[in-house]
Write a protein of this length. Sequence first.
Lengths: 174, 394
Amino acid sequence: MSSFRQRLKRIYVTVMMRVVGWGLRAMSRVDPVVRAEAAGFPDGMVIAMTTLPDGPSMVLQKIPGGGLRYLGGTLPADTGLSIRFKHLDYAFRVFGFIESTPTAFARARMVVDGDLPAGIRLVRCMYRLESVLMPRFIAARGVKRYPADLGLGDKLGLNARIYGRIALDLVTRS
Amino acid sequence: MKETYYEFSCSVKLIVGARALENIPFELSAIGAKKPLLVTDKGVAAAGLVDTLREILSTGGLEIAAVYDEVPPDSSLTAVRAIAGIYRESGCDSLIALGGGSPIDTAKAANILASYQTDDPAKYSGVGNLPRPLNPLLVIPTTAGTGSEVTYVSIVKDEERGVKVPFASPFLMPHAAVLDPRMTLGLPAQITAATAMDAMTHACESFICLAKNPMSDAYAAAAVRAVSENLLKVLDRPGDEQGRLALAQGAAMAGIAFSNSMVGLVHALGHSVGATCHVHHGTCMSILLPAVLEYNLEARRDAIGELLLPLAGADIYAATPAAERADKAIARLRWLKDEIHARCGLPRTLSETGKVEQSQLEQIAEMSLDDGSIIFNPVEVSREEALAVLRKSW
């Protein structure tokens, strides 16, 4: 039976997976950088991020027209791209900004299966999400380079639009 | 303090040196293989290496059951399926790959179909999708560069879909690699240089990229030394067996290094130049390496500085102040490129290849951003920065 600490980690990773799912969905509509990146995924592609052996997970789908749709936390049978953390603790360290995403890749903390160029694209979307949604001193620990052109004013404006979009999406579930 | 964590593996038995080929009959019989299928290409066969190998094996009591010598330069799934078919029809029990990266990667992928008795490679593509060990595969490299003889990866072109299909699994590691200087003696000067610079790039990138670790660093530094000490000698005296062997060992060591710590921007750009303009991979590596090291300089000044020792030797390293070693290491690579060019005409710039138009650089830069290698580069690369490196190498 998992300890209280492990259960807390699982809850944290579950919450962060949802933040990433809803966040990328919203950013693919309101942030020009993620919108451009998302346009590069093949239409209909199912993109999953999960933790071995049994989640938590996050599933997105590229919809025609350029956006990403958040499909929830249940893994489908078939995915075009799947990023699997080898252990809950590895996912916790990445989502907890203890270990940066590139360092996690370099340490083989996760397995990328499927369309590798799409995997690289997803990582760039993650960098952008971290840089925009998180305070600079936290985001800088998760990415290779914090974007020089992302000033505080731009960041606050983008945050307002992203959270507004998330709220709208949650209400309408569209 | 930063935590240490890395993974390192190389299970390939290396059989290296004079008369290494003569050990193959014993080596295969020790793992119960009696009927090998030889996989190679037309160039290798025309160079007489198949006949040489057949005679050596026959004297040792091992007959080659069948030969497939039609592997194309970029490998192909058609060849993979054809080889698996011949393997079954001829009742083979093992594979020998003889050639450069293409025959080796093709034989690795064909071994999947032959071992699992299937015609569908698709369900085994990707990372870690092989469920059990494969039949014996023995590799004899005839170039000294790709390092494929010691890696767990095979990349094969799917001509129908126009994409490259990767297979990656520990089960893809050959059972043994045989490095015999007779197999690289006839390699033309420009291919010798290009493949050696491919090995040099594997070593340098694995030494500076994000997944570097003490084990891969040791192999990488030894590989850089092997290439820098022997390449010009071999270009001056192509019959230098010891020099040829040193290059083959350098390529294998670089292969072990990069298969454990990956490569970075040189490969990301080089793959895109190769795919767009059909420039030889090793030539791309040689052209791009100094400019990419310069691009990564501030993030990796110490590591690049350390490369000066295997690149230029102890005297130059000791006489160079620590703060100047990284710049000197890059200058040394540029000097090496010039010396190679003077000896065999290997292009030093993208324009010298005669295959790359300046107008293509933007497309190449864009394409390189989606290459899997780029994630291991120590610096996050923007499109404009990738383009600047390409323009510098133009």
